[in-house]
Design a protein around this ligand. Structure first.
Ligand SMILES: NC(=O)c1ccc[n+]([C@@H]2O[C@H](COP(=O)([O-])OP(=O)(O)OC[C@H]3O[C@@H](n4cnc5c(N)ncnc54)[C@H](OP(=O)(O)O)[C@@H]3O)[C@@H](O)[C@H]2O)c1
Length: 315
């Protein structure tokens, strides 16, 4: 996986800043912790009993303070938030986590007098999407309504799709078949940012008291045709485009897939990933304007580098 080569400078005042981080044992959260520590912040990682031990050990070794909490206990959360300058959530889950657990964390942050809150959004611009078009993003919108009513300053980080997903999880670049699969228009601009770069930006934003309600970044804006060119250049073999159909047909396929699949607590069942791609292909959640230049020390990883790192792993 491509690593960010961010030349991190300690943010002014970072030495005094204490950031409370929920979800630090996760993929994005662990990277946010690393970047906060690189910037000189104190990191207080809230972990639940039973969180994976290796992740907790790694956080402690990097210098984070580990606080085991019961995420259902607001009093415990409030105590853990005391004195913090910002609460950052990188939790992942469905309603119970994104709406309910984050609400308890929000109430705790408010009760403890924390001035700022960054919710676990890290996605395309859900404010521009119709309700019902993406189950996971509906949950973020629902939490945002609560967040906007709370007496705390909020900043959501919107980063498009994690570029890393293009190396396998997102069914777009089919490396074995030398095809780039899409629905709709091959020239629609799409936003991609690596998990690492999203974490670096989130850490910088957590230490920046002047952030607006939304910050939008894209490590690279690429079209399907652009991905075709990059995949071909990186693998040394030409890729062909495969247009499955129009967006109306894609919407029907998603509905049928959802209806046929057994109900699951999986955060990312196949139909949810399809909803995400459908949203992106419509162009509605395109991020604009981009705040990429806000922290000039962050170097954005291009798609080419992410795909090339996959080739290196396979070589
Ligand atoms: N834009 C994109 O393409 C994209 C792709 C992937 C993810 N994301 C977003 O990035 C964010 C982080 O995702 P991730 O992939 O880093 O997730 P992850 O690796 O699954 O980590 C999830 C974190 O949430 C914690 N957690 C889950 N349920 C919890 C609960 N009930 N109570 C307390 N903690 C709980 C986990 O703790 P334990 O270690 O204890 O389980 C872990 O620390 C999410 O908002 C996700 O939707 C965006």
């Amino acid at each position: 996986m491509a690593e960010s080569t961010t030349d991190t400078a300690a943010a002014p005042g970072a030495q005094q800043a204490t950031i409370v981080l929920a979800g630090a044992t996760g993929d994005l959260g662990g990277r946010i912790a690393k970047h906060l520590l690189l910037r000189g912040a104190n990191v207080r990682a809230l972990v639940r009993a039973g969180s994976a031990a290796p992740a907790v050990v790694a956080l402690r070794e990097q210098g984070a303070a580990i606080i085991e909490v019961d995420f259902n206990n607001e009093a415990e959360l409030t105590k853990a938030c005391a004195g913090a300058t910002c609460v950052v959530s990188a939790l992942s889950g469905l309603r119970e986590v994104i709406v309910e657990t984050q609400t308890r964390l929000l109430q705790a942050a408010v009760a403890a007098g924390v001035p700022r809150f960054i919710p676990s959004d890290y996605c395309i611009d859900y404010t521009k999407l119709a309700i019902g078009s993406n189950r996971n993003l509906d949950l973020r919108r629902e939490f945002a309504e609560r967040l906007d009513k709370a007496p705390i300053r909020a900043t959501s980080i919107l980063n498009g799709m994690f570029t890393d997903l293009l190396t396998g999880q997102a069914p777009v670049i089919l490396f074995n078949f030398k095809r780039v699969v899409y629905w709709g228009n091959a020239d629609q601009p799409l936003d991609f940012t690596t998990t690492e770069d999203t974490a670096a930006f989130t850490a910088a934003a957590a230490l920046d008291a002047t952030t607006p309600r939304f910050l939008r970044v894209a490590g690279e804006v690429a079209t399907i045709r652009g991905l075709q060119a990059v995949a071909g250049a990186v693998s040394g073999e030409p890729f062909r485009l495969f247009r499955v159909g129009g967006l109306g047909a894609f919407g029907t396929v998603i509905k049928v897939t959802k209806a046929l699949m057994p109900t699951t607590d999986d955060v990312f069942p196949p139909w949810q990933g399809m909803q995400y791609l459908h949203n992106m292909f419509t162009g509605q959640p395109k991020l604009e304007p981009l705040d990429n230049a806000r922290y000039p020390d962050i170097r954005w990883t291009p798609v080419r580098e992410v795909l090339a790192s996959r080739e290196q792993v396979l070589a």
